[in-house]
Design a protein around this ligand. Structure first.
Ligand code: AGP
Length: 611
C-alpha cells in the first residue's frame, strides 16, 4: 500500500525521505520516488521496483535540498512503471504531489482538465491532483489545495509542494492515514509512526477532512474550510527496535515467536487478579448489563486473516454468550443490505485499523444505528477512532505482510470478549468462566512448547514445497483454522491450497485426491474426532498423504496419518490459538524452501487502504 514521507528542515532531505520510505517498505509497494527543492527548482526522481533502485539513482545524481516529499507506490490506476510512480507534477512542473488512496472521480476530472489544455503523462488518478492544484493556484497554496480537494471524491492522504512557496509543505487527509511529526526547526509528514521515529516522537494524528501547513518553524492544523484546529501532540513511547528483526531471519519468524508475549500482553490487564473474571474498561466495552441484554445479534466484519479470526469469534461468542452471530467479509457486507438495527452489535476486526473495506463496513453499521466494537492492533488508527469501543490487541507492530501474532491476539480478544458477555449475561457458570481463563493463561507457555518443535514442521514444509496443490481439512473450529492455514501458505509460498470442512470433501473435491496429494488434516476437536477420522479414511483410500495436526496423547488419531504433529492439550474452544502456530511455521518454511521473499510476498500489501 502506498506510503508517504515529507520533510521540511535543514537536513539533507533526500536522506530523510529515503530513510522514512525504507520504514514504510513493509506496507508493500512496486515503485518509489522523491521530489526535492534544489537550486534548480522542484526536481523529481522515481524508479520502478525496490527502493534500492531509487537510491542508486540518487547516489549517481543526488538531489540537494532541505525540503522534499517521497512515496512508495502500490499500483491501483496504471501499471507499476517509472512514469506512474509518484511524485506527480502538473504540466508547468511547479507543483508536486504524493498521494495514498483513490480519487473516484478522476476520469471526469481528467477529461475536464484535458479539455482546458492540461497535458497528462501518466495513467494514474493522482496526476489530476497536481493539475487541479495548479489550476486553482491564485497566490496561496493553502487555498489552492482546499479548492482542489473540494472537487475530488474518494480517499486521499496528500503531500504537496509548490515552487511558488518553497518554505511550505502541505498535508491533507481524507480516509487515508497521515501523521505529522514535530521536531525543532524541522517537521515531517508520514503514513505511519515508524517512518518518522528516527527523527521525532511528537506526533499529530490528522483526522479526515483536516490539513496541515508545515514550515521549518511550526505546524498549523486546519480544517479543509480553513478553520484553525488546536490539538496536543501525541508522544510515542515505544522503540523502533521493537519493529526490527531482533536476530531472526525474517520479520514473520520473529512475529511468530513473539506470540507468547503478545498473548500475555493482550490478556494481562483484562483478567482480574483472582483469575476468575474478565475486566473490560468503559472504552473497551462500556455498555451496561441492560444494554448488553438488548443486543439481539452480532455481525463480525473483517478481511483476510482478520475475517478468519472472526470465524473463530463467531463460535466463541455463540458458545459462551448464546447470542446469534453472523460473520462477513467486509468487501461484501455493505452490498448485501445486511439487516442492521440498533439492537445489532457490529464487531470490526483489523490489524492495521486502516483497511478500506472494513472501515466502510464500520461506517455502514454506524449509519444504521448499530454500536461498533473494534478489535485492532493500532491505537489511533481510523477504525479505532471511529468505533464506539475498542479492544486493542497488544501484539506490537506487525511488519511481515503475512499476519501471525495479530491473528492470534485477535483470537484472544474474542475469548476475552466472549467471556465478558457470558459473565454479564450469566450464560456460563463462574466455574466455566474461571476454568476457561485458567486455560487461556496457560496458552503462552503452550505456544512456546510448539515453537521448540519448529524443526519437525520445517521437515514437513520442505516436502510440501515440492508440490503445487494441497488441501487443508477440519471440522468446526478446525475448519476455521484450516482456512487461515491455507491462506498463509498461499500468501507466502505461492503453493495452491484449498481448505474444506472435512465432511464437505466428498461432495466434489475428493475427485482431486490421487496418489501423494498432501492433505493437512486438523483434528483438535475431541467431540468431532471420530467423524474427522472417517473423512481422513476417505482421503487415504484415494492415495492422499495425510499430515495430521492433533492433540498430545491421542493414539486414535496417530494411527490414521502419515505424519503427525501434536499440540499441547487445552479446552476445545481454545485450540485455534495453538493449532494455527504449526500452520504459520509450515507456510514460513515452505516459503523459504521455495526461495520466496517471505516478508514481502508478491502482489500483496500490508495495509490495504483501497476498496
Ligand atoms: C494476512 O496475512 C493478510 N496479509 C491479509 O489477509 C490481512 O489480514 C487483511 O488484508 C486484513 O488486514 P487488516 O487486519 O489490517 O484489516
Amino acid at each position: 500500500m502506498c506510503g508517504i514521507v515529507g520533510y521540511i528542515g535543514n537536513r539533507n532531505s533526500q536522506e530523510v525521505l529515503i530513510e522514512g520510505l525504507s520504514k514504510l517498505e513493509y506496507r508493500g509497494y512496486d515503485s518509489a520516488g522523491v521530489a526535492v527543492f534544489t537550486d534548480k527548482g522542484l526536481e523529481v526522481k522515481k524508479a520502478k521496483g525496490r527502493l534500492a533502485n531509487l537510491e542508486s539513482q540518487l547516489q549517481d545524481s543526488p538531489l540537494k535540498g532541505t525540503i522534499g516529499i517521497g512515496h512508495t507506490r502500490w499500483a491501483t490506476h496504471g501499471k507499476p512503471s517509472d512514469v506512474n510512480s509518484h511524485p506527480h507534477l502538473d504540466d508547468t512542473h511547479k507543483f508536486s504531489v504524493v498521494h495514498n488512496g483513490i480519487i473516484e472521480n478522476y476520469a471526469t476530472l481528467k477529461e475536464e482538465l484535458i479539455g482546458r489544455g492540461h497535458v497528462f503523462v501518466s495513467q494514474t488518478d493522482t496526476e489530476v491532483i497536481s493539475h487541479l492544484i495548479a489550476e486553482e493556484y491564485k497566490g496561496n497554496i493553502v487555498e489552492a489545495v482546499q479548492r482542489a480537494v473540494r472537487k475530488m471524491r474518494g480517499a486521499y492522504a496528500l503531500g504537496v509542494l509548490t515552487e511558488y512557496e518553497p518554505d511550505k509543505l502541505i498535508a491533507v487527509r481524507n480516509a487515508s492515514p497521515l501523521i505529522i511529526g514535530v521536531g525543532e526547526g524541522e517537521n515531517f509528514i508520514g503514513s505511519d509512526i515508524p517512518a518518522l521515529l528516527n527523527y521525532t516522537r511528537d506526533i499529530y494524528i490528522l483526522n479526515d477532512g483536516e490539513m496541515a501547513v508545515l514550515t521549518r518553524d511550526g505546524v498549523e492544523l486546519l480544517t479543509l474550510e480553513g478553520n484553525f484546529i488546536s490539538r496536543e501532540t501525541f508522544h510515542v513511547d515505544w522503540d523502533l527496535t521493537t519493529a526490527e528483526k531482533a536476530g531472526f531471519d525474517h520479520f514473520m519468524l520473529k512475529e511468530i515467536h513473539e506470540q507468547p508475549k503478545a498473548y500475555r500482553d493482550t490478556m494481562s490487564a483484562r483478567i482480574s487478579e483472582d483469575g476468575k473474571r474478565v475486566v473490560l474498561t468503559p472504552a473497551e466495552f462500556g455498555l451496561s448489563k441492560e444494554e448488553i441484554k438488548d443486543i439481539h445479534n452480532i455481525h463480525i466484519v473483517a478481511c483476510g486473516t482478520a475475517y478468519h479470526a472472526g470465524l473463530v469469534g463467531k463460535s466463541v461468542i455463540e458458545k459462551l454468550a448464546r447470542i446469534p452471530v453472523e460473520t462477513d467479509v467486509a468487501s461484501e457486507y455493505r452490498y448485501r443490505s445486511p439487516i442492521i438495527t440498533k439492537h445489532t452489535l457490529v464487531i470490526v476486526v483489523s490489524q492495521s485499523g486502516e483497511t478500506a473495506d472494513t472501515l466502510a463496513a464500520l461506517r455502514e453499521a454506524k449509519k444504521n444505528g448499530a454500536r461498533v466494537l473494534a478489535i485492532t492492533n493500532v491505537v489511533g488508527s481510523s477504525v479505532a477512532r471511529e468505533a464506539d469501543f475498542v479492544i486493542t490487541t497488544w501484539a506490537g507492530p506487525e511488519i511481515a505482510v503475512a499476519s501471525t501474532k495479530a491473528y492470534t491476539t485477535q483470537l484472544i480478544g474474542f475469548y476475552l470478549f466472549g467471556l465478558y458477555l457470558a459473565e454479564t449475561l450469566e450464560t456460563q457458570t463462574p466455574e466455566v468462566i474461571a476454568e476457561t481463563i485458567a486455560a487461556m493463561k496457560a496458552l503462552p507457555e503452550q505456544v512456546e512448547a510448539i515453537l521448540t518443535q519448529s524443526d519437525d514442521i520445517k521437515a514437513i514444509a520442505e516436502e510440501i514445497a515440492k508440490h503445487e496443490d494441497l488441501f487443508f481439512i477440519g471440522r468446526g473450529l478446525d475448519y476455521a483454522v484450516s482456512l487461515e492455514g491455507s491462506l498463509k501458505l498461499k500468501e507466502i509460498s505461492y503453493i495452491h491450497s484449498e481448505a474444506y470442512a472435512s465432511g464437505e470433501l466428498k461432495h466434489g473435491t475428493l475427485a482431486l485426491i490421487e496418489d501423494n496429494v498432501p492433505v493437512i488434516a486438523l483434528a483438535t476437536q475431541e467431540d468431532l474426532l471420530e467423524k474427522t477420522i472417517s473423512n481422513i479414511q476417505e482421503v487415504v483410500a484415494r492415495g492422499g498423504h495425510i499430515i495430521g495436526i492433533g492433540e498430545d496423547g491421542n493414539p486414535d488419531f496417530s494411527r490414521h496419518v502419515n505424519h503427525l504433529f501434536t499440540i499441547p492439550r487445552t479446552l476445545s474452544l481454545l485450540t485455534p490459538a495453538l493449532a494455527v502456530v504449526p500452520l504459520q511455521l509450515l507456510a514460513y518454511y515452505a516459503s523459504i524452501a521455495r526461495g520466496n521473499d517471505v516478508d514481502k510476498p508478491r502482489n500483496l500489501a500490508k495495509s490495504v487502504t483501497v476498496e
